[in-house]
Design a protein around this ligand. Structure first.
Ligand SMILES: NC(=O)c1ccc[n+]([C@@H]2O[C@H](COP(=O)([O-])OP(=O)(O)OC[C@H]3O[C@@H](n4cnc5c(N)ncnc54)[C@H](O)[C@@H]3O)[C@@H](O)[C@H]2O)c1
Length: 290
């Protein structure tokens, strides 16, 4: 997009973490922001805090796993701001599934898919026909992850599988929009920054599951980030924390450049090359992360 000033962005999973950081960064470009989230209390607190800074922001609660809820989000944003220009399908969860893949409960898969995969599909179904009809430069950003997007961490199969699907959905969407010459750009985001390190967001704690997606085995909802950093430090590998603003910089930069692959330059090159090389040699999948 050539110009972001005055444009309207809808960001799901925007009550905190990467979504909130994207909203703040886009507002710095003069954009008007609709942050959306399932967590109404966190959303209300974030919107109130950001309004204090002068941001033109509204909060609309929505559940990305329900198409009707995402359609209501679209309608509420248009009713407030008049238009939507940028849609960030960003909501995500740690499903809390653990153990061997063959011991996962079916609800572990259903829950992860409902947010990560159907969340993106619902975002596309609710917004893309509207964006095509507008006939002006607009954009969709889908959040994937290096875990699954480039290569999986074998011990997180539901998350990695969903994030691989987000890449493929985004590639197909780009191809189809390109074919009809639509002015709707598409990007897939792999959250990273210039600083190599971890992203301090809510994703380190397993999400509460809604009715219908309950797990039979108890889920540990504690935040795992501090413990993980401590264990890395104890093993002699200190871990930096990547400022979330660096992820958001990459998104804004990618919007201006109409860049499909929103990934920090120079990151994951080795794993991408290694994976392609292994496939071409028909060797074992030893490129797995983590
Ligand atoms: N943090 C990382 O290290 C990392 C790395 C790669 C990708 N990601 C991805 O980035 C995205 C943002 O995650 P984050 O790290 O900022 O975590 P976060 O937990 O801070 O933010 C995710 C938000 O999504 C919301 N959400 C969950 N289920 C929802 C639903 N059904 N409908 C609407 N909102 C819902 C949560 O309430 C939360 O506010 C996710 O897609 C995540 O998978 C994160």
């Amino acid at each position: 997009m050539k110009d972001l000033d005055g444009k309207v962005a809808v960001i799901t999973g925007g009550a905190g973490g990467i979504g909130r950081a994207m909203g703040i960064r886009m507002a710095e470009e003069g954009m008007r922001i609709c942050l959306s989230d399932l967590d109404e209390a966190r959303l209300a607190a974030t919107v109130a805090e950001l309004r204090e800074t002068g941001m033109d922001v509204i909060g609309v609660a929505a559940d990305v796993s329900e198409l009707s809820s995402v359609e209501a989000l679209r309608d509420a944003t248009i009713s407030h701001f008049g238009v939507v220009d940028v849609v960030c399908n960003n909501a995500g969860v740690a499903s809390g599934a653990h153990g061997r893949l063959w011991e996962h409960e079916i609800n572990d898969w259903r829950f992860a898919f409902s947010v990560h995969v159907y969340g993106v599909i619902n975002g596309i179904n609710a917004f893309v026909p509207y964006l095509i009809d507008r006939g002006v430069e607009t954009h969709v950003v889908n959040t994937s992850s290096n875990n699954g997007g480039f290569a999986p961490i074998a011990m997180s199969p539901t998350y990695a599988t969903c994030k691989a699907a987000v890449v493929t959905i985004s590639e197909c969407l780009w191809g189809q929009l390109h074919e009809i010459d639509a002015k709707v750009g598409v990007s897939v985001l792999f959250p990273t920054g210039r600083t190599k390190g971890v992203l301090d967001t809510g994703i380190w704690a397993a999400a509460e599951r809604p009715p219908g997606y309950e797990a039979a085995a108890p889920i540990d909802h504690t935040n795992k980030m501090a413990g993980w950093i401590a264990s890395m430090e104890a093993a002699g590998t200190p871990v930096a924390v990547t400022p979330l603003s660096e992820v958001a910089d990459q998104v804004v930069d990618g919007l201006y450049a109409n860049r499909f692959w929103m990934v920090e330059e120079g990151r994951f090159e080795e794993s991408v090359k290694q994976r392609a090389d292994i496939m071409l040699r028909r060797a074992d999948p030893l490129y797995q992360l983590g």
